[in-house]
Design a protein. Structure first.
Length: 501
């Protein structure tokens, strides 16, 4: 840090310290006068800023009460203009000494930007044409002891916005819009599934094994049972137990925890919806996803077209469906379906810069996936289903009847981002046990993302699970797409952050 920068920072801290003290002194003065704002318990609002503006013709001249935060103050002498922000927007306050009274007006003049007030007054339009409230009474409901960021710049420090989301929501209207879209999208998902006969359920967050996906879990300890437990990395295995139990259409919207790296696409805890439908397959589920995402986008944005990460995207179905081998051939020239041995696959992968790792991805299927993941995925801009994934990377998906090296699995990609992952569910308990055994071997070899043996799930499958299609959809990435956000932290209210020293 340069000497000039350090001096500016020290000066800023001194100024902030002075402001904090001034505001505390104002609070002490109010409390001394018996006007402690923190003793106010409630305020009844009859209207919102949005209602007053949208229904002005019928509300003009009407007595109203509104509550919110003072966001600006201007004017001198016996008249003040203020912007009041409630949960629906902003509206101007017109405050005059002869309307409020000398003493209340004198107190009002000392209120700070950021203070929360309740206002009783009359709706009118100023000479300049702005819809306003002529204040007759202003009640201080809470004192803001810290100043808001500069009024014309807002909170622009990105990391501070994530750490202090409460301030971000106050000063950046776009942030509120993002989370309104998020809430709306989750409602759309629920409505879509509920109207199709799906039952919403809740499954355990704490488990004695890690299963349902390939990811490193968070480990915690249960004091009473004196055992280590894992926070769930997926809801899949419990939801499929319910399919066995006869709940033919089931879903869960919930938090998932994965102890993995953090970047613009990944947060250690995120939200997904997983759904399963008996007597269906991966083609049925892909059709369902097209309807769900295109319909939700149309309902929320009024169109199926949107802009994300600098790209123009259209979610109007139908969407292209490519096998993974077709996609790799299209973008790299390698025809994996013509390759018959692992050695041949290794040679082909090396020709495009892929380095096989013994015991991890040195097989035909492992290298097919590696070529796709490294060289193709980020090129898929328009919504595209990639189908028929190798068995090696799909431990819970049903094998293809046409090629036992592949599974009836799909992933949806938009702008290079994986949006969902689904498949025809593996319901053969013998095959499933063999897949689990391979995952256990990988785990013993040092792969801490590999799955564990789930004997109870195998026991459930042995009772018989009908043919089933299922999918997991990343709620956060869908919201990123709908709000043109470039980072997952923009769409999570309180993203995981490294603690400040």
């Amino acid at each position: 840090m340069s000497k000039e920068t350090r001096n500016e920072q020290e000066l800023g801290e001194e100024q902030l310290s002075e402001i904090l003290q001034i505001r505390r002194d104002k609070l002490a003065e109010l409390q001394k006068e018996g006007l402690d704002p923190y003793l106010e318990t409630r305020f009844v609002s009859t209207s919102t800023s949005e209602e007053i503006k949208s229904e002005f013709e019928t509300m003009e001249g009407r007595e109203v009460s509104v509550a919110g935060r003072l966001m600006s103050k201007r004017g001198m002498g016996k008249v003040s203009f203020c912007d009041l922000q409630d949960h629906k927007g902003r509206i101007q306050l017109y405050v005059r000494v002869d309307e409020l009274g000398e003493e209340p007006f004198s107190r009002f003049k000392k209120y700070d930007i950021g203070d929360i007030v309740g206002v009783n007054g009359t709706v009118f339009r100023t000479q300049r044409g702005e819809i306003s409230i002529r204040a007759e009474k202003v009640t201080l409901l809470s004192k803001s002891l810290r100043p808001l960021p500069e009024k014309f710049h807002g909170l622009t420090n990105q990391e501070l916005r994530y750490r202090q989301r409460y301030v971000d929501l106050i000063v950046n209207p776009e942030t509120r819009r993002i989370f309104e879209v998020r809430s709306r999208f989750i409602r759309e998902v629920r409505n879509f599934l509920d109207t199709r006969g799906y039952m919403e359920v809740e499954t355990p967050v704490l488990n004695t094994i890690s299963g349902g996906a390939t990811a490193r879990p968070f480990v915690t300890h249960h004091a009473t049972l004196d055992i280590d437990m894992f926070m769930r990395i997926a809801t899949e295995l419990h939801l499929k137990r319910l399919i066995v139990g006869g709940i033919d259409r089931v879903y869960e919207i919930g938090r998932i925890f994965r102890n993995e790296g953090m970047d613009t696409k990944h947060n250690p805890e995120f939200t997904s919806v997983e759904l399963y439908e008996a007597y269906s397959d991966y083609n049925d589920v892909m059709n369902l996803i097209e309807q769900l995402l295109s319909g939700a986008t149309q309902n929320i944005l009024g169109t199926t077209k949107l802009r994300w990460l600098g790209e123009e995207v259209d979610l109007a179905p139908p969407w292209p469906r490519l096998t993974m081998a077709e996609a790799v051939k299209q973008y790299t020239g390698i025809d994996f379906m013509a390759i018959r041995s692992d050695d041949e696959a290794i040679k082909a992968a090396r020709s495009v810069g892929i380095k096989p790792e013994p015991g991890k991805n040195d097989t035909w299927g492992g290298l097919l996936f590696e070529c796709f993941d490294t060289l193709v995925e980020d090129k898929l801009v328009q919504p595209t289903f990639i189908t028929m994934h190798p068995v090696e990377v799909s431990p819970l998906a049903k094998r293809s009847a046409q090629d036992p090296r592949l599974t009836e699995r799909f992933e949806l990609f938009i702008c290079g981002n994986e949006i969902c992952n689904g498949f025809s569910e593996l319901n053969d308990p013998i095959d499933q046990r063999e897949r689990f055994v391979r995952q256990v071997a990988l785990r013993l070899a040092g792969d801490d993302e590999a799955g564990m043996m789930d004997e109870d799930f195998l026991n459930a499958l042995e009772y018989g699970m009908p043919p089933t299609g299922g999918v997991g959809i990343g709620i956060d990435r869908c919201v990123m797409m709908l709000t043109d956000s470039s980072s997952i932290r923009d769409v999570i209210l309180f993203p995981t952050m490294k603690p400040l020293d």
